[in-house]
Design a protein around this ligand. Structure first.
Ligand code: CDP
Ligand code: CDP
Length: 225
């Protein structure tokens, strides 16, 4: 049987994690799991149901009656919330602004980590998020902590939004990204942090292809080990 490894990619918002993780997964024939989409999906439901986003108990109770499924499709994944495709809706600014508050809750993280570990069981996987190398897949053969300057990350999100006719001003995007990074890094449960054994990759000067190539090279080294 061919050897397959787990690849964990963490880092702040808009560093290029999901774009590059998808390419790496496709090249290796692995599945790709976007854990941020799961936190976004439960946040969408919390907003729709009007629960108190600051309450760990309310968030936990909501999760118990929620089904989140990630369905691999060509070029990425589809996100189902209680059977409904919410892949687009979870990217709205409304959800983006609220997600870090929801993701800070212990009960939410516990359930998400269980689901994520189950999805990754016994297979080649590329998983991206904030706590993959530190908590979800601590034994991953390859861990990458990907970053870029906040200015470059905001610029990238701005360009991406333009293609989807979303016209949030650049300054507003930069503020939102910086605020989310701060909340994600400072929360008590599983904060955004580089794992000790992760390779740091600054994508600021890199094209998507160059960043994917760098990770594929590291993956090949691990596969040959
Ligand atoms: O795509 P972007 O980097 O903007 O965000 P994302 O990966 O979709 O993640 C959205 C939010 O979910 C993050 O800002 C975190 O608050 C949370 N998240 C997390 O706490 N842990 C993860 N493993 C993944 C995401
Ligand atoms: O998943 P994460 O939030 O870390 O970032 P992403 O959604 O993969 O990337 C944000 C945007 O930056 C996307 O539109 C990518 O195409 C773009 N990008 C880029 O222009 N150059 C890179 N080296 C990496 C990503």
């Amino acid at each position: 049987m061919t050897k397959a490894i787990q690849i964990a990619i963490d880092g702040p918002a808009a560093a290029g994690k999901s774009t590059i993780a998808k390419i790496v997964a496709e090249k290796l024939g692995y599945i790709y799991i976007d854990t941020g989409a799961m936190y976004r999906a439960i946040t969408l439901k919390a907003l729709n149901e009007g629960i108190n986003l600051g309450s760990n108990e309310e968030a936990g109770a909501l999760l118990v009656k929620t089904e989140i499924d990630l369905i691999p499709v060509e070029g990425g994944q589809k996100v189902l919330l209680d059977g409904k495709d919410v892949s687009e809706e979870i990217r709205s600014q409304h959800v983006t602004k609220a997600v870090s508050q929801m993701a800070a809750h212990e009960l939410v993280r516990k359930r998400m980590v269980e689901l994520q570990q189950k999805l990754a069981e016994d297979r080649g996987v590329v998983m991206d998020g904030r706590d993959i190398g530190t908590h979800v897949l601590p034994g991953a053969a390859l861990k990458v902590f990907m970053s870029a300057t906040v200015e470059e990350r905001a610029r990238r999100r701005f360009e991406e939004n333009k293609k989807r006719d979303i016209l949030t001003p650049l300054v507003e995007l930069q503020e939102e990204i910086a605020m989310r990074d701060k909340m994600d890094s400072e929360r008590e449960v599983a904060p955004l942090k580089q794992a000790q054994d992760a390779v740091f990759l600054d994508t600021t000067p890199l094209t998507i292809a160059e960043a994917a190539e760098a990770i594929l090279k590291l993956a090949q080294e691990r596969l040959m080990a």
